[in-house]
Each structure stands twice: as structure tokens, then as C-alpha cells.
Write a protein of this length. Structure first.
Length: 477
């Protein structure tokens, strides 16, 4: 097959996938892994199958994949397709460069610097530095490495004993903080989960108490991590108050804004991020609310020299880095050597819509969150399970008169939804309660989509209720 024909066939499949997102259809075709592995040809041949077979393999993949571009996809903290971002992804893959030196990636390096500088200005880190990373998890790890470097400047050279080093996070923080604690060498037990209020926000008073307790017990506090947009509730810790406590105690303050950082575009909602300008470092995922293709995530730091010291391992790579390009090579501020060009897609998308476009997107998602919350509150058989700060809507079905186990009921409803494949929302927990978590992060979502979601949940609840023994259907008199 000629190259032009093959690329045309690929383009046809791309258009078909995109157009299908606007037509009636399912988000997924749930198949158990045991069945999918038996019905799929996954073998790697000794003799190649040829280029024609590649198209068959692509068709098989597209048939079975979750359709994340559909409006009914509201499961994780991302969704939909940004067209300019898709173009950037294609061109970045086509040109197949790596982001360690200006010599290899000239315009891409300047584009990445432009993005990091602008994101730093929005955060309030003018004059700082940063890097694009593999995601918020990597950004949180970089924040903790910078905190370690600030506390123990020789640690990158001589190592350190992390058994006494203690970091503090919200009890509802993302699990990546535990990953970072593992990687940097302090361990899970030295990551203190600070109590939250009833809305899932870290209690500043509890943070101060935990720092004092650590010192009484002989530990060494070195880092506090605020969360701006928790994974389940979308809660924002009181960033300024926490930062004041961290700095008063001589600790590094990192803000995990992977999910909530985009609030800074909106004049109406930017107050959620008040105090971030006083932090020491921030991570912010553009692949979440800004809708860029995975992965597109920034780590930003006020002290550019400190980040350079954390990443100074590259100085020995004489085959890559040269003195005359010291101030321009992006690899000097990254833990990675080979690193794909994630800057192009964000730059193209930002050039397309501007700050105002991002602000409108954020405001629209918040409007949709308000709409779903109001619809839930209108009903006497549903219940909001947490106050809303962001676009996460946490609720559950509470049928009137039902005296059975609500966790089992809601789990069964969600299981049937997944088997049906019309909608995809997350099943999460708040405390011991099983809840639905619908996330507004997909530009295709409309009020009609959300009405359909509630109709779907109601349908499955009715089915479950019809199959239950009558003793569960009414409260005792």
C-alpha cells in the first residue's frame, strides 16, 4: 500500500471517530478481560503481517476502546478532544523530537519556555522556572524533591536518611503523594495526612498541631502539600493559610493544582486559588480541565536555581549539554532525558482560544456543575454527598422508604450502568459512603446530557428495586 493511501485510510478513521462522538451511541462496550483476551488477536508474529493488517488492528482497537470524546464520558478528571491540541499531538509525533536541547528542538524549546513563563505569571511566579512533566504525579514528586533540596542542599550528591523527614498533606490528597514519598525515600509512614473539615478541605489548625507533634517526637518537618481541587470532591485547601503556617515553620509549600489550576483563568472562580502566589512550587495539568490530549502537565517553581540543582545530573552528559546553551536547554530542568514534545499541542490550543477562551471553558463547566447539583437537589430520591467547590458533583440515590444498604444499592446501580455502556461516571467513596462522582471536564457535555444521566440512574435504580425483597422497600412503621 502506498504511503499516501495508508495515511488517507488513517485520516478516514480519525474523522469517523470524531464524528461518532456527536451521534447516538455508547461510551463503551463492556467486555470482561478474560473474554476480550480470547476474542482479540494480540500475538506478535515472527513474520510481519504487513501494512494492510495494521488497518485491521486499528479497527479492532477503535471498536473496543472507551469513547472518551463522547459527552456521556464523565468518569475521570478529563474528557473530550481539543482539535488544535490533537493537531499538535499529530505534528509532535510526526516530527519525533526530544526536549532535552535547543539544538535538537529549537522552536519547540522556545514554545515550551513561552508556556512555562506564561503559566508562571498566572500563578504569580514571575522569574521562576519549570518543566513539562509526565503528569501531576511527577509534578508532586518534583515538588517534594525541591523541598528536600531546600532543606538538605547536599542530598542530591550524598543521599540522605529519610526516616525522620516528614511531609504533610490533606487526608483527601491524591495518592501520588505516597508514590513521591516512596521515590524520594521518606516512606509512606512519614507522610502525615492532616484532618479535613466537613467539605474535604485541610484544617490549618490541624496542620500546625501535626507539625508540633512531629517535632516533639523527634521528626523533621520539611514539606507541606496543599491540594487545589481534590480528586473526589474537588475541594480546595485554604492555600494562603496553609502556606503561612508552612513558611512560619521553615517548610517548603507545594500546591497540587493538577485539577484545580485552571480556576486561575476565571475572574469569577480564581479566588479558589488565592495564596498560590506565595507558594514555592505548583503542579498544573493542562490535560485535565483545559482538555489537552494526555499527557500535558506543568511543574512550576519560584527558585529556578534550586530546580536546576535538583536536575543537575544532566551536567555530566557532555554528549548532550554544552556550556554555550546552558541557559536555553530544557533538559537541565527535567528529571527526564528523552522527553516528548508536549508543548506544541498546548501552544496551538492556547493560540487558538487565548486566556479568554480558557476562562469561558472553566465558567461553562461550573455552570454545568451547578445545573446537575440543582437537579439532584430537586429530587427526594437523590442526595448531594458533599458541598461543591469545583466541577465534581458527588451524589447518590436514596429512594424514599428504602431501608436496605445504600452502599450496595448505589454500587449495583453503577455496575449496571457500566454494563449498559451509555454513560460512564466514577464510583467513589466519601468516608464510608459509596457515591457517584460526575465530573464536568468534557466540552461536549450539555444540560441534556446531564438530564440523560439522571434518567439512566433512575432507570437502573427502578430495575434493582423491582428485584429486591419487599422488606427492603419500606421503612418499618
Amino acid at each position: 500500500m502506498e504511503l499516501e493511501v495508508f495515511i488517507g485510510e488513517i485520516a478516514d478513521r480519525i474523522f469517523a471517530y470524531l464524528n461518532a462522538g456527536d451521534e447516538p451511541g455508547k461510551v463503551s462496550q463492556p467486555i470482561p478481560h478474560t473474554s476480550l483476551s480470547k476474542t482479540s488477536d494480540l500475538q506478535l508474529p515472527l513474520e510481519g503481517n504487513g501494512i494492510n493488517a495494521v488497518l485491521d488492528d486499528i479497527d479492532a482497537y477503535l471498536k473496543s476502546c472507551v469513547k472518551t470524546n463522547r459527552p456521556e464520558f464523565m468518569n475521570p478528571l478529563w474528557g473530550g478532544i481539543n482539535t488544535a491540541g490533537l493537531a499538535g499531538e499529530i505534528i509532535a509525533t510526526l516530527t519525533n523530537t526530544s526536549m532535552y536541547t535547543y539544538e535538537l528542538a529549537p522552536l519547540a524549546t522556545l514554545i515550551e519556555q513561552t508556556l512555562l513563563r506564561r503559566m508562571g505569571e498566572i500563578v504569580g511566579f514571575s522569574g521562576g522556572a519549570g518543566t513539562l512533566t509526565t503528569g501531576g504525579s511527577n509534578g508532586n514528586m518534583l515538588g517534594m524533591l525541591c523541598a528536600r533540596q531546600a532543606m538538605l542542599p547536599s542530598s542530591t550528591q550524598t543521599g540522605f536518611n529519610g526516616q525522620s523527614m516528614v511531609a504533610y498533606v490533606s487526608s483527601e490528597a491524591h495518592y501520588s503523594v505516597l508514590m513521591a514519598a516512596n521515590v524520594i525515600g521518606i516512606g509512606h509512614h512519614n507522610t502525615i495526612k492532616v484532618a479535613c473539615d466537613e467539605n474535604g478541605c485541610m484544617l490549618a489548625s490541624a496542620l500546625q498541631d501535626e507539625i508540633e507533634r512531629t517535632r516533639r517526637e523527634g521528626g523533621v518537618p520539611f514539606c507541606v502539600i496543599s491540594t487545589a481541587g481534590t480528586t473526589v470532591r474537588g475541594s480546595f485547601d485554604p492555600i494562603k493559610e496553609i502556606g503561612d503556617i508552612a513558611h512560619a515553620n521553615g517548610l517548603w509549600h507545594h500546591v497540587d493544582a493538577a485539577w484545580g489550576g485552571s480556576a486561575m483563568f476565571s475572574s469569577e472562580h480564581s479566588a479558589l486559588m488565592d495564596g498560590v502566589e506565595f507558594a514555592d512550587s505548583v503542579c498544573w495539568d493542562a490535560h485535565k480541565m483545559m482538555g489537552l490530549p494526555l499527557i500535558c502537565s506543568a511543574f512550576l517553581v519560584k527558585d529556578s536555581e534550586l530546580l536546576a540543582r535538583v536536575c543537575a545530573h544532566g551536567n555530566v552528559a557532555h554528549y548532550l549539554f554544552h556550556e554555550e546553551s546552558r541557559n536555553i536547554d530544557a533538559g537541565r530542568y527535567s528529571l527526564q532525558c528523552g522527553r516528548r514534545n508536549d508543548a506544541l499541542k498546548l501552544w496551538l490550543a492556547w493560540r487558538e482560544c487565548g486566556d479568554a477562551g480558557w476562562a469561558s471553558l472553566v465558567d461553562r463547566f461550573m455552570e454545568l456543575g451547578d445545573y446537575l447539583e440543582s437537579r439532584v437537589n430537586e429530587r427526594d430520591d437523590m442526595q448531594m454527598m458533599s458541598a461543591r467547590m469545583w466541577t465534581n458533583v458527588c451524589f447518590r440515590f436514596t429512594p424514599k422508604g428504602y431501608d436496605g444498604d445504600l452502599n450496595e444499592l448505589n454500587s449495583e446501580i453503577r455496575s449496571r450502568m457500566m454494563q449498559n455502556g451509555n454513560f460512564m461516571v466514577s464510583r467513589s467513596n466519601i468516608g464510608d459512603e459509596v457515591i457517584f462522582r460526575a465530573v464536568m471536564a468534557n466540552p461536549k457535555i450539555t444540560e441534556k446530557t446531564l438530564d440523560g444521566l439522571l434518567e439512566e440512574i433512575t432507570h437502573h435504580c427502578d430495575e434493582v428495586m423491582r428485584g429486591l425483597p419487599s422488606k427492603h422497600l419500606f421503612s418499618s412503621p
